[in-house]
Each structure stands twice: as structure tokens, then as C-alpha cells.
Ligand binder design. Structure first.
Ligand code: F6R
Ligand code: MG
Ligand code: MG
Length: 366
């Protein structure tokens, strides 16, 4: 059976700053989907990570389907109305366009979708991150799908050892999608060369070379590039199919132990370690640290069973403590050097404006 997994995600307002949506907002979006998705969706799951709401749904309409995207857009509009009524902060923040035009891509909300040939058992993980951007997934996905130091299946499983095709997108190019397909392991150094530059090149999808099936879809929108100004970080979602021809759940999770430094954190303008947290986690220290959550499901004829909270285990307590230390260490150097992002990535105009003024006062020594 061909099934599409779609995640559509937006920040449409939150309580007490950019922390988390209100219960009334969540209820409104959920009610809207239940009422209006009846003849469209097979199943759905609503969640939040930090200030972002995600609609995970299953259907038979394929990817980029106008009806599915319109449903989500209108659900976000309904949620925004509640956010405005409650005076929530940043109400409707990610809805950057006035009217709906076919699909939600490029309109503000983030989208990750995979059309799958459903296996007899179809396990997958839905990841959602807040206070960071799509490049945050480059390292963990690279390690899980291309590095036997993290993914033992690349050595142990005959299926997985056939490798994976990485589809990488140049997010600086906004008129048209600019993508490249590279094969692991042959093109490993080319893949690594692109993925190191997390603000420019992002993994968009990954395919198993054993059967051509898509394993991964990452939302790669950059709000910055749509609006031309700061509108909040992109807070990416990802769908990752696991087991069988794909890495095991634990191999996908293993690289999140690093707590690698990602762009985002306070005002979307700093580097901070990505902390794997429990589902429905809120935001705190320095508007962060950047968080990622993971919900594991099985899907059968489109019906979801789950979620299992993949980071809700004593092991990740130990990891979170170590990552909190990494956050404290980089915060100690405030705005100096790599603690704050370079000019091109700063999400507020203050520094650039100030330098423009100072530029006039610089002089050449005679
Ligand atoms: C980062 C984020 C927050 C805000 C910060 C200031 O993605 O959402 O760190 O940038 O709280 O918010 P404003 O400018 O809305 O007052
Ligand atoms: Mg957010
Ligand atoms: Mg936000």
C-alpha cells in the first residue's frame, strides 16, 4: 500500500515569550484537523516542541498535495486566531503569506513528507527541533547513514552496507530548488565537504541503495530567505524510516549523544549544543538550548501506533547533563568568536547597522 507521511509545522504563537503554545491553541488546531481532515487523512498526531506546533498525518494523496497543505494552513490560521485572542507572543509568526497558493512550501511553515511503499511493519521516527535550523540534522544523519563508527549496520547488514544516496540542497538558492545526489560510501568526501557548511547545504532526503526507497525527509525551508529579514529560526522537522533496509532506531539515535553545536539559540544568532529532550519539551535557558525531540511510530495501512518517546530514558539524562555543560561553556564567552554567529547569519539587524555607522568613522593612516 502506498501511504504518504506528512509533517507540517509552524510557530503561530506562544506563552511567556517564545516558549510553548497554549493548550487552547493546541486544542483549536487539533479540533480543526479532526473536523476538516475527516475525508482526507487516515490518521494524525499533534505535538509541540518549544514554540512550534507540528501536524503529523498519514494519507494517500502523495507529497505536496494541495488539499493536505491547505488543511494544515487553515488549521494554523485557526490556531493563530486563538493566539491573537489570548494575546500570545508572536501570533501567526510563521504564516508569511496572505493567501494560500497550492502548497505550503515557501509560505513559512516547515514541511517534511515521504511517500512510502508501506512494509509489513513500518517503523519510523518523527524528529522536531526548536531554536535551530535545518543544517542541525546534517551531522547526525551523516553519521547514522554513512559512518560505521556510529552505524554498525553499515558493516553488519548486507542490505545497509550497499549504502545510501544523499540528496543535498543549496538553501542559498531561492528561485528554484538546487539539489545534488551523492552516493555513500564512494562520494563520502564530497558529501562531507558540503555538509560541513550547515547554513548553506542541508540534507533534504536520503534513499536506500538496496531498494531505492526513501529513508529520510528533512524540512529545508529557511524563513530568512523567504521574508528577507529575521522571522525566527527555521526549527526543522524530519521523518526517518528505520530498521530492515534502513539503520536501526538506536543507530539513528546514537549520534544525538554528541550534542553538536548548531546555529540558533538566543535570537537565532548564536551557536549552542543540540539537546535531545522529551516530547513536548519547552524552552528555557538563553531561549534554548536548541532542542530536538523524537517520536517513534509504526504505521499500518496509514494508522499510527505510538508515539514512543525516544529520548525518555535514563541514558539521555546523562547525555543531557553533559550537553548542559557544553551550553554553559560556550555561553561563558558571550558574543565573542564562535559563540555568536557571523554577520551573514545574524537574525537581527543591530550589529550590521552599527557597523555601517562605524564604517563612516574609520580612516586610513597616512
Ligand atoms: C529564537 C527566538 C528567541 C527570540 C527572542 C527575542 O529563535 O525565538 O530567541 O529571538 O526571544 O524575541 P523578540 O525579538 O520576538 O522579542
Ligand atoms: Mg520555534
Ligand atoms: Mg519561534
Amino acid at each position: 500500500m502506498k501511504i504518504t507521511l506528512s509533517v507540517l509545522k509552524a510557530d503561530i504563537g506562544s506563552v511567556g515569550g517564545h516558549l510553548r503554545p497554549s493548550q487552547a491553541l493546541l486544542d483549536e488546531v487539533k479540533d480543526f484537523i479532526r473536523e476538516n481532515g475527516r475525508n482526507l487523512l487516515i490518521d494524525y498526531y499533534l505535538s509541540f516542541t518549544g514554540d512550534d506546533i507540528a501536524i503529523l498525518c498519514t494519507h494517500e494523496k502523495g507529497v505536496l498535495n494541495p488539499e493536505i497543505h491547505k488543511l494544515a494552513w487553515e488549521a494554523f490560521l485557526a490556531g493563530t486566531a486563538v493566539a491573537k485572542k489570548q494575546g500570545l507572543y508572536g501570533a501567526g509568526q510563521d504564516l508569511l503569506k496572505d493567501s494560500f497558493s497550492g502548497n505550503i512550501k515557501g509560505m513559512g511553515p516547515a514541511v517534511a513528507e515521504i511517500e512510502i511503499n508501506e512494509r509489513p511493519s513500518e517503523p519510523f521516527i518523527f524528529f522536531a527541533a526548536d531554536k535551530t535550523d535545518p543544517g542541525a540534522y546534517n551531522l547526525p544523519l551523516y553519521l547514522a547513514f554513512a559512518d560505521p563508527m556510529y552505524s554498525s549496520g553499515l558493516l553488519l547488514s548486507p542490505k545497509i552496507s550497499q549504502g545510501f544516496t544523499f540528496r543535498i540542497i543549496d538553501v542559498a538558492h531561492t528561485e528554484k530548488d538546487k539539489i545534488i545526489d551523492l552516493n555513500a560510501p564512494e562520494d563520502l568526501y564530497d558529501i562531507a565537504t558540503l555538509l560541513r557548511d550547515t547554513e548553506r547545504y542541508c540534507i533534504e532526503s536520503i534513499f536506500a541503495r538496496s531498494n531505492g526507497e526513501q529513508a529520510v525527509s528533512v524540512s529545508t525551508t529557511r524563513l530568512h530567505n523567504i521574508a528577507g529579514k529575521y522571522t525566527g529560526k527555521d526549527d526543522p522537522v524530519a521523518l526517518v524510516r528505520v530498521q530492515g533496509d534502513f539503520p536501526a532506531t538506536g543507530e539513528i539515535l546514537a549520534p544525538f549523544e554528541i550534542g553538536h553545536y548548531v546555529a540558533g539559540f538566543m535570537r537565532g544568532s548564536h551557536n549552542g549544543p543540540l539537546m535531545p529532550c522529551r516530547l513536548n519539551t519547552t524552552i528555557s535557558y538563553f531561549d534554548g538550548p536548541p532542542v530536538v525531540t523524537g517520536a517513534a511510530f509504526c504505521v499500518k495501512e496509514g494508522k499510527l501506533t505510538g508515539p514512543v518517546d525516544v529520548f525518555d530514558h535514563p541514558y539521555w539524562e546523562y547525555v543531557r547533563t553533559k550537553i548542559a555543560e557544553k551550553a554553559a561553556l560556550i555561553r561563558r564567552q558571550g558574543f565573542f568568536g564562535p559563540a555568536m554567529l557571523p554577520w551573514s547569519e545574524l537574525e537581527y539587524g543591530g550589529v550590521v547597522e552599527r557597523i555601517k555607522k562605524l564604517e563612516k568613522r574609520f580612516r586610513f593612516r597616512e
